[in-house]
Design a protein around this ligand. Structure first.
Ligand SMILES: Nc1ncnc2c1ncn2[C@@H]1O[C@H](COP(=O)(O)OP(=O)(O)OP(=O)(O)O)[C@@H](O)[C@H]1O
Ligand SMILES: [Mg+2]
Length: 355
């Protein structure tokens, strides 16, 4: 990807940002904003297990980056009053790595396995058995003489997180008693998150500024918190420290995040699609060339949000701009624009981005 300042609306976080995020994480279920259904379902699963005095079912959390999977995993352990062990798919390169973790779990411990879809294949089978029977088969010796010695392990609760649930083999998916699907957040939920974060940061955030930042956060708490930090910097350096609507506008336009949360690359893609290709249809690689990017960058970095927001539709003949794209970019659609010629304006867009 080219070196434009993509990070400000990227849903991913680097290590430095992850360290900052720790301070803003809600610690209990009641402080976790939004995802009402998931929260209610999870609360029942946890309470039910506590009443029976047993470890709850294994929980799988699926959803995009920055939507709160790690936060929820920590909350599960806190709600159960159980110790938490954290590992991740990439850290488990062979089954021995997993055996070492499983065999040292305490009774009732919560094992958080982040990026579970990236775990080594041989370890997956070991995990099936551990999840179902709380047993690990330790292989001793090599070749034809090797024997598997079953070893009992303490009953535990596995909390798996994945951004790619579709990559999990069915037998693994089936062994989770409960799957939490994390969705994008509504603007009013993001406002609450922003108010809470501002409180924790000791920043004074005006209500209309919270609304403004929420609307540009692409449905993602991580992005909301990041934009809040940028606005706070601006307020401290160029203002009196107070996060007002004017300060929010100025800061966000400095970072080139527009009213719908589109950044420079998103707008460049839309602009090319509208002006050069009259709204399409146009092939991905042609579109990418015209904005000076690799097709993959356009497809992976810009397009998903443009499609989700209902600005671009993917059709068999190529990418097509919707009427919303024309109006968002302040342009009039030509009378022969493709969406008027039999291509549904909403195309394959899954859901509107919300207000
Ligand atoms: N429901 C929520 N309420 C308040 N803050 C939230 C919520 N969800 C996420 N956050 C905040 O957003 C940030 C990112 O959340 P988290 O690390 O849990 O995302 P994630 O889904 O694990 O992302 P990744 O897939 O990149 O690991 C954290 O700072 C967290 O405090
Ligand atoms: Mg995470």
């Amino acid at each position: 990807m080219a070196e434009h300042e993509r990070d400000v609306v990227s849903p991913d976080a680097d290590l430095d940002e992850r360290a900052l995020e720790g301070a803003l994480r809600p610690k209990r279920l009641e402080d976790f904003v939004g995802q009402e259904r998931v929260r209610e379902q999870l609360s029942l699963v946890l309470r039910g297990a506590q009443r029976r005095g047993r470890a709850p079912d294994h929980v799988l959390m699926s959803g995009g980056p920055g939507l709160g999977k790690t936060t929820l995993a920590m909350i599960i352990a806190a709600e159960l009053g159980a110790p938490l062990r954290i590992t991740s798919g990439p850290a488990i390169e062979r089954s021995g790595d997993l055996a070492a973790v499983l065999s040292t779990l305490q009774e009732g411990e919560v094992l958080f396995l982040d990026e579970i879809h990236r775990m080594a294949r041989p370890a997956e089978e070991m995990l099936y058995v551990a999840m179902e029977d709380f047993r690990v088969d330790v292989v001793v010796g090599k070749g034809p003489g090797a024997t598997a010695i079953p070893l009992d392990i303490a009953p535990f609760t596995l909390v798996g997180a994945t951004t790619r649930a579709g990559l999990l083999p069915a037998p693994l998916r089936d062994r989770f008693g409960f799957t939490a699907h994390m969705d994008f957040y509504r603007a009013d939920e993001l406002e609450l998150i922003l108010r809470r974060s501002a409180g924790l940061l000791g920043a004074h955030l005006d209500d209309d500024a919270a609304v403004e930042i929420a609307g540009r956060s692409r449905g993602t708490p991580r992005i909301a918190n990041r934009l809040l930090r940028r606005v706070r910097d601006y307020a401290e350096v160029r203002g009196d420290g107070r996060l007002t609507l004017d300060i929010a506008h100025a800061a966000l336009s400095l970072y080139e995040v527009d009213a719908q949360g589109l950044d420079r690359l998103d707008r460049a893609v839309l602009d090319a699609l509208l002006r050069r290709f009259r709204g399409g249809p146009v092939g991905l690689s042609t579109l990418a060339v015209s904005v000076g990017e690799e097709p993959e960058t356009v497809e992976v970095v810009a397009e998903p949000f443009l499609v989700r927001s209902g600005f671009i539709a993917r059709t068999p003949r190529g990418r097509v701009a919707t009427p919303e794209a024309w109006s968002h970019m302040g342009l009039a659609a030509p009378p022969d624009a493709a969406f008027g010629a039999g291509v549904p304006a909403d195309g394959t867009a899954t859901a509107p981005a919300g207000p």
